[in-house]
Design a protein. Structure first.
Length: 69
């Protein structure tokens, strides 16, 4: 079921674009339960955020290895 289908079933915007907060024209981002609109900049913005989170987690794990063994 697509985010738009879920919103229609509930009668209100349960899902919104994670970046611009659009309430329609939504799709799942890379098949995950994250709704993004069809604008490329929203998809790219969310991908950049995920990459930054992954880099921060990697840096934290390396810090822990260096300081705590």
């Amino acid at each position: 079921m697509r985010p738009d289908d879920i919103n229609a079933k509930h009668g209100n915007p349960v899902w919104k674009c994670v970046t611009c907060r659009a309430e329609s024209g939504l799709q799942w981002w890379n098949g995950l339960s994250v709704a993004v609109c069809q604008k490329q900049e929203c998809s790219s913005k969310f991908a950049d955020m995920c990459k930054a989170q992954e880099e921060a987690e990697t840096a934290f794990q390396e810090y822990c290895r260096q300081h705590y063994g």
